[in-house]
Ligand binder design. Structure first.
Ligand code: F6P
Length: 471
């Protein structure tokens, strides 16, 4: 079996911390089994030359990280990746702040990654690149003569060509994805959007349903919806609800129903819109005033970017307005917390909540939605209220699907969730849990790697992962 080389902006270097992120959980077993390298940014930005990469060896895996100069970090991460690609790929043209300087920094850092990565690359390695930070990496490697199998998975949405073409210089950047052997997406919509871009904007010839001819090679397109560790999370939640932490939270609610929202502080998550919807809910259904508490856990992120700080202010003000206008000395309608919580604490809180409110304006997948369902008590489950614009809506069709831009619609869904019969809750939960158990995270990496290494095996229909349960 060929050695695996994973490349992503952030690297899950083992540090003994209890909280492992989704990407780590998904790819570490494959890395350990095959042996390999996980390569990426060290998380450090320095005034001077960052020096050579650092390597940590653990369990058959070398974690190789490099620092960035401060100006590179600004232009690459805070600039082009997160102030241009992130908003545009989330359909937010209004928030994109394009500069040629940031695009230059983005391409420079990708070249820098390629030059350092090739020092550890051998000709037989299979390379798997992750996410929007590294779109041109395969091109940079090909230009250095590397003929390895290289796959790319984008964790966030890929919008239609009508939106992508508003990105200045898109013709310099997006076609670079053609240098990968396999480009993977979360949903069929994303994959279709990319196909349309290749056909219409680049004039590429379709070889069959899911491949295009590019530069004398073939680039294939696939759908690989990221899952969660469904059964493992269910077990964790069963234990966690008994913890003193969750008991303490439940005790403090004094018998009131709890609604939970968990999101990074990001405008794509629709948090101000959700606050507005919760406010409407309490106004349209006043019988719930004093009887429900909405817990919103929102760790701050990307604090070097102005839009994120503006959003922090906006959400804080919205929470203050609701609590000020509707709260009582004995009841706070919204509890808003910026502290990050452990995986165990979240699993327990999910299980304790009567409704999970997951209403992004746009999201590649949204694993909180899936984790919420996995954590429920199957006999007496809570109800998932989910934005139709999250990738997870393709699999979680038995959730209460809502339009996050329609506050009254969301308010009505909250009332419906809190009033739903046990029978209906059980049926909806069982339907979603079944899909999530079939698409457990443990199988995701293997499916992608099999499609990258053995393209002919198991190919039945365009975007072969249709079998993964997406509608
Ligand atoms: O795919 C989106 C993503 O890059 C995730 O991988 C990550 O958890 C999140 O956004 C936060 O990203 P960062 O803090 O690295 O900008």
């Amino acid at each position: 079996m060929a050695r695996l080389v994973v490349v992503s902006n952030r690297v899950g270097v083992p540090d003994g911390a209890a909280r492992a992120g989704g990407l780590e959980v998904a790819i570490r077993p494959a890395l350990r089994r095959r042996g390999g390298v996980w390569f990426g940014w060290s998380g450090r930005a320095t005034d001077n030359d960052p020096g050579p990469p650092k390597t940590v060896e653990r369990d058959n895996v070398a974690y190789v990280t490099i620092g960035l100069r401060k100006d590179d970090y600004e232009e690459f991460y805070n600039g082009f990746a997160n102030r241009v690609l992130w908003p545009i790929l989330h359909y937010r043209l209004d928030l994109a702040e394009f500069t040629r300087r940031d695009l230059g920094g983005y391409i420079r850092v990708n070249e820098f990654f390629a030059s350092n990565l090739e020092k550890v690359l051998t000709p037989d390695d299979v390379v798997w690149v992750h996410d929007y930070h590294l779109i041109p990496l395969a091109k940079a490697l090909r230009e250095r003569g590397h003929k390895n199998k290289i796959g790319f998975f984008i964790h966030i949405p890929f919008p239609p060509p009508e939106i992508i073409t508003a990105l200045p210089n898109h013709e310099r950047l997006i076609p670079a994805l053609g240098h990968y052997d396999l480009v993977g997406f979360q949903t069929e919509t994303d994959a279709n959007n990319f196909s349309r871009y290749l056909a219409n904007e680049c004039g590429l010839k379709r070889i069959d349903g899911d491949s295009f001819a590019f530069d004398g090679r073939t680039v294939r397109i696939g759908v690989f919806p990221v899952g969660v560790e469904t059964e493992a999370l269910a077990r964790l939640a069963r234990r966690a609800i008994e913890s003193s932490f969750v008991r303490g939270v439940l005790g403090s609610l004094a018998g009131r129903a709890m609604i939970i929202g968990v999101d990074r502080l990001d405008y794509s998550k629709g948090i101000p819109e959700r606050m507005n919807a919760f406010n409407r809910f309490l106004t349209i259904f006043p019988e719930w005033q004093g009887n429900v508490t909405y817990l919103q856990i929102t760790p701050r992120s990307r604090t070097g970017i102005p839009e994120y700080n503006d959003l922090g202010r906006l959400v804080g003000e919205a929470v203050g307005r609701i609590n000020g206008a509707l709260g009582e000395a004995s009841w706070t309608p919204v509890r808003y917390i910026n502290k990050a919580h452990s995986r165990t604490a979240l699993a327990g809180l999910y299980r304790a909540a009567r409704a999970g409110l997951v209403t992004p304006l746009r999201d590649g997948m949204n694993l909180v939605a899936k984790e919420y369902v996995a954590a429920q008590n199957a006999d007496d489950p809570g109800v998932l209220i989910l934005s139709r614009f999250a990738g997870a809506a393709r699999e979680c069709t038995a959730a209460l699907l809502v339009n996050p831009y329609d506050p009254e619609g969301v308010a009505i869904a909250i009332n419906r969730a809190l009033s739903m019969s046990q029978d209906e809750r059980r049926q909806r939960h069982a339907a979603i849990f079944k899909v999530l158990a079939q698409n457990d995270l443990s199988r995701w990496a293997e499916r992608f790697l099999a499609a990258l290494e053995y393209p002919q095996a198991g190919r039945t229909a365009p975007f072969a992962a249709r079998a993964a349960g997406q509608r």
